[in-house]
Design a protein. Structure first.
Length: 188
């Protein structure tokens, strides 16, 4: 099992509160609750093509994140069945894709308002800087998305290093990550 303290120190994480504006109204004319933007940044000791492939090649993605089905192109819709213990299905409506640097999608999760997920990759010599932004989350989901995405990024680290992503214990990661993300929400 990887050294969890070392893995936890490799992610820059933040939650930003996005206040509503006068034009942010839903049916009935009432303003929606504030939304939050969850941002994770991490450097991977892999070239950009390898990191991009880990996100976009279904057989690789299934090893650390989940099973992807559907039409993975701009305007397409894909279903992502998350890896255990979750195994819920996210529906993603692909709104932008610029290989190998960006993909953005409207994220639909059961019983939640739609949100947006964007992945940005930037080559920096022999490494790749990854920024994952999950925006338009609610206060109730910001923390869960923060530690959930971070757990999956830990698994991606293992995959890119040629190790078993399943060696990351969800229970251990959640135990350590949830308080970090809860504190970030309280400060947002």
């Amino acid at each position: 099992m990887p050294d969890l303290d070392l893995v936890l120190g490799s992610t820059a994480r933040s939650i930003t509160r996005m206040p509503t504006t006068d034009h942010d109204t839903r049916s009935g004319g009432s303003a929606p609750a504030d939304t939050y933007s969850v941002v994770l940044r991490r450097s991977y000791d892999a070239d950009i093509q390898d990191v991009w492939s880990a996100w976009t090649t279904p057989s690789r993605l299934s090893r650390w994140l989940g099973d992807l089905t559907g039409t993975p192109q701009v305007g397409g819709v894909v279903q992502l069945t998350m890896s255990p213990p979750d195994q819920d299905v996210a529906t993603l409506h692909i709104t932008a894709c610029v290989p190998p640097t960006q993909v953005r999608a409207r994220w639909t999760w059961p019983d939640e308002p739609d949100s947006t997920v964007e992945l940005l990759l930037e080559p920096t010599g022999t490494t790749t800087e990854l920024t994952l932004t999950h925006s338009r989350t609610t206060a109730a989901t910001a923390v869960q998305y923060g530690y959930g995405w971070e757990d999956f990024l830990n698994r991606l680290t293992e995959l890119l290093a040629g190790r078993d992503p399943a060696a990351i214990s969800w229970a251990d990661a959640q135990l350590h990550l949830q308080p970090l993300w809860t504190e970030l929400l309280e400060k947002a």
